[in-house]
Design a protein around this ligand. Structure first.
Ligand SMILES: NC(=O)CC[C@H](N)C(=O)O
Length: 304
């Protein structure tokens, strides 16, 4: 089936799922987002955009920011970054602390919260305002110079960040943070609050679909080898403890966020983003995962 037909079929199919799942109400500002929204966009390497539903509605990218923070950290540290953070799936929820104690404060991978806090610490050492560096990258990748983070959402999360604070202090207790915990948490909450829509995020994912260069500007930001490594981590760790099931059902590298977004890509072909705020018990968009599964099934295209 062609992509356009697939999007229309998906839109019809997900309707009964849209009231289901829970929004991420542990961040009070996100508790008010209506659950039944859905949007999806595909952006091809040549710039062609296909979209359905609320694909131009901005949402809180949350953990999708971990993907692009990793891009910046790898640009600055190269392979030395792996001394600070591992690259194995955790098999535990995104906000779990349990492995840190047994593993000497080195987080399993950059896509769980513990790993993302270490990546943000790296960015705090590298940039005066890491959140602005990340917003700058997202503007370049999306082609939209107006996008920004949402201070209200950032402050709302920061005021309720006991768990991430516990994690950051615990990592620091092993001598594994270079910056003060408060500074790392401020930057982390700001980066999570960046607002983008499906079209913008699907376009941003072209960086990885095109193996490290930006199609619309021709800029090379990553070596093909680093782009490969990031995409591989998306497949194995991008949806936390659901990564195995997600690879089984969808078969694409992807990164999710508790704002309900999931960004995915088909190497050499397109970036994809789906958004629907109702989350399943692993914190991944329920309708979004179903939509991506349907997409790869109907189009018969995945990385396998
Ligand atoms: N999975 C997510 O999107 C989590 C991000 C969220 N800001 C948190 O730290 O809890």
């Amino acid at each position: 089936m062609h992509d356009r037909q697939a999007l229309d079929a998906i839109y019809a199919h997900v309707q009964p799922l849209l009231g289901q799942g829970r929004v991420a109400d542990y961040i009070p500002e996100l508790a008010h987002v209506p659950r039944e929204q859905f949007g999806m966009a595909i952006v091809k390497l040549d710039g062609e955009v296909l979209q359905v539903g609320a694909a131009e509605q901005r949402f809180s990218i949350q953990s999708i920011s971990k993907l692009f923070a990793l891009v910046l950290a790898l640009q600055s540290e190269g392979e030395a970054l792996w001394q600070r953070v591992g690259r194995e799936p955790s098999g535990t929820p995104f906000n779990s602390l349990v492995q840190l104690e047994a593993e000497g404060g080195k987080p399993r991978n950059p896509f769980i919260n513990a790993g993302a806090l270490v990546v943000t610490d790296v960015l705090c050492s590298r940039f005066a305002t890491p959140e602005n560096a990340l917003v700058g990258l997202m503007r370049r990748l999306s082609g939209n110079a107006a996008l920004d983070y949402n201070l209200k959402v950032a402050q709302s999360e920061r005021r309720h960040s006991d768990r991430n604070a516990a994690m950051a202090h615990f990592i620091a207790s092993f001598g594994r943070l270079a910056n003060p915990v408060d500074r790392v948490l401020d930057a982390y909450c700001s980066q999570c609050s960046i607002e983008m829509n499906c079209v913008e995020l699907a376009r941003a994912a072209l960086l990885l679909a095109q193996h490290g260069s930006v199609p619309h500007s021709g800029e090379r930001l990553l070596t093909p080898s680093l782009a490969k490594r990031i995409s591989a981590l998306m497949l194995t760790c991008g949806t936390y403890d659901a990564a195995g099931d997600f690879a089984f059902r969808v078969g694409l590298p992807a990164k999710s966020g508790v704002g309900g977004g999931i960004v995915a890509l088909i190497p050499g072909r397109c970036g994809i983003c789906v958004w629907s705020p109702g989350l399943d018990e692993t914190g991944n968009s329920l309708a979004g995962t179903a939509a991506l599964e349907m997409f790869t099934t109907l189009t018969e295209r995945s990385i396998f």
